[in-house]
Write a protein that binds this ligand. Structure first.
Ligand SMILES: O=P(O)(O)OC[C@H]1O[C@](O)(CO)[C@@H](O)[C@@H]1O
Length: 554
């Protein structure tokens, strides 16, 4: 049944007017237990969702909506390996990569656990060889630098995690990431490297992504005549892919091809062999701890009742804002330097999953299915875009994410950092009333006219909602749990809003057009293009012809 037909949906719709008129200040004043009632403590973190514009009536209806949408049934089917990615005809089993399934699941007659464990032990062996210095380049030099060539899900997860776990890094090997087909990125990194001690990891689920394959070919060319190509590929390249035959066709040795499977979505793949750079950076045991943390969130998501289920609660709050209250964006604001890539990672995870408008029934949704995700390190954002968060007429709900334990030894810093994080969510919630502003200005000795002139600019309406996720400490286990929290939040939101979260048809159109346009840029033939695109091609042609003429003249 269409989700909009359920009484819970209609009830929620009718509650938006009332909630637009409520203020978070009042909700807290009315209920001294609010913070305790609307927060949840898990072994890894505290989730405080009390600063959200929900009251008991909204909460009850949101939970009912989740039940009406059969979230529990979809959850069970996903973890049982049923084909819940229906447009691609696949199960969704990233939880199998971390031992998060409730029981054995086989895909195409093969045990998912056996596949996963087999690949993990290959990864472990490889990482150990690398760390022991047993892996050498074609001239016999020890491998000291590893460059991951991959984009999207084949890049963001590994780099985000490695950055987040800097404090846990082994020193043996340096990691580098190249995701952009803009040669400036690869050229810059190659300039820092010694080819004799460099290993490239070509990471691509499909092994067809043009950015990655172009970078892989350029990396191979970089070696020039150092050794015959087959030897270069053998000693300096490994592949991580769900299309091993394509990696082998590229020339990568079969024993250097690490595999994952089409039941792992690219943006959910960091737990698979795509996490090879993570295991290299923090060691295999650290990688295992990351997987274990995610598995503990898998169990929580499967077992906790909906009203005590962190991913479900976050999904409900998120859809309440984007679908009902009309707040189209959501900010991710980490207060932990190490989490600086989390907003970018979650942008892909959430927007590639839920940025859809066709329902599972193949109909136009007619409602917002997910927010625009954006953000950056909160403390830097405070000095950049928080003005907008505090005083723009647009309300942007936010997630504040921090850690009780600092990731460094410097005294005095961490309290300042956390005080800022707590203060910002408090300021967004409470704001400052006109009355308060007037009193403050008067106390500072301003005359009545001046007070009157300045007061409107200083008023903060407040009532801007947020979640706070406060980790005990940031380590591989808790990071795994945090990432899986968001993964399941995304899934729960998609299920309730009746969309398919695990496909990404929207990214295909542009890829196809780029492939067709590339030869036209070179030839200048733009006859079949719209006027704007033809104009761009024409300008490109004129500038390149002009610079060629200049080169010739010079
Ligand atoms: O791993 P691949 O196949 O190179 O794809 C990279 C990324 O490209 C996308 O298909 C989007 O273009 C993502 O879903 C994926 O993570």
């Amino acid at each position: 049944m269409d989700i909009t037909q359920f009484p819970s949906w209609q009830q929620l719709n009718s509650l938006t007017e009332k909630m637009h008129d409520r203020h978070l200040r009042e909700l807290f004043a009315e209920d001294p237990q609010r913070a305790a009632r609307f927060s949840l403590e898990l072994p890894e973190f505290l989730l405080d969702y009390s600063k959200n514009l929900i009251d008991d009536e909204v909460f009850v209806n949101l939970l009912q909506l989740a039940r009406d949408a059969d979230l529990e049934g979809w959850r069970r089917r996903m973890f049982a390996g049923e084909s819940v990615n229906c447009t691609e005809g696949r199960p969704v089993l990233h939880a199998a990569l971390r031992g998060g399934l409730p029981g054995p699941v086989s895909v195409g007659g093969v045990s998912a656990d056996a596949l996963v464990e087999g690949e993990l032990s290959r990864l472990k062996e490889f990482v150990n060889l690398l760390h022991n210095g047993a892996l050498t380049g074609c001239t016999g030099k020890r491998i000291t630098d590893v460059v991951n060539l991959g984009v999207g899900g084949s890049h963001l997860g590994p780099e985000m995690v490695i950055e987040a776990l800097r404090a846990h890094r082994c020193q043996e090997v340096q990691l580098h990431f190249v995701s952009n087909v803009d040669g400036a990125q690869l050229a810059d990194i190659l300039a820092q490297l010694d080819m004799e001690s460099t290993l490239f990891v070509v990471s691509s689920k499909t092994f067809t992504t043009s950015e990655t394959m172009t970078n892989a070919r350029s990396a191979l060319n970089w070696f020039g005549g150092l050794a015959p190509q087959a030897e270069l590929l053998r000693q300096h390249f490994v592949a991580v892919t769900a299309s091993p035959e394509k990696a082998r066709a590229f020339g990568i040795e079969p024993q250097r091809v690490f595999q994952f499977w089409d039941w792992v979505g690219g943006r959910f793949s960091l737990w698979s062999a795509i996490g090879l750079p993570i295991a290299i950076a923090i060691g295999f045991e650290g990688f295992r701890a990351l997987l274990d943390g995610a598995a503990s969130m898998d169990r929580h998501f499967q077992q906790a009742p909906l009203e005590k289920n962190a991913p479900v609660l976050m999904a409900l709050v998120s859809l309440w804002y984007c679908t009902f209250m009309g707040y189209p964006a959501h900010a991710i604001l980490p207060y932990e330097q190490a989490l600086h890539m989390l907003p970018a990672y979650l942008q892909q995870a959430e927007m590639e999953s839920n940025g859809k408008s066709t329902t599972r029934a193949g109909e136009e949704a007619g409602y917002a299915t997910g927010p625009l995700i954006w953000g950056m390190l909160g403390i830097n954002g405070q000095h950049a875009f928080y003005q907008y968060l505090h005083q723009s007429p647009q309300v942007v709900p936010a997630d504040f994410i921090g850690s009780v334990t600092p990731g460094h030894q410097l005294p005095g810093h961490h309290e300042i950092l956390l005080a800022n994080m707590f203060a910002q969510s408090q300021a967004l919630m409470n704001g400052v009333s006109r009355e308060q502003v007037e009193t403050d200005l008067a106390v500072r000795g301003l005359g009545a006219e001046e007070v009157d002139r300045l007061a409107p600019y200083k008023v903060h309406r407040g009532n801007r909602p947020s979640n706070t996720i406060l980790l005990r400490k940031l380590d591989p286990h808790s990071l795994g749990a945090l990432i899986a929290l968001y993964e399941h939040k995304i899934f729960a939101q998609g299920v309730i809003l009746q969309i398919y979260s695990f496909d990404q048809w929207g990214v295909e159109l542009g890829k196809g057009l780029a492939a067709a346009l590339q030869p036209q840029l070179e030839s200048g033939d733009s006859h079949n293009q719209d006027a704007s695109t033809a104009g761009l091609i024409d300008y490109y042609q004129r500038v390149t012809a002009g610079s060629a003429a200049l080169d010739f003249a010079g």
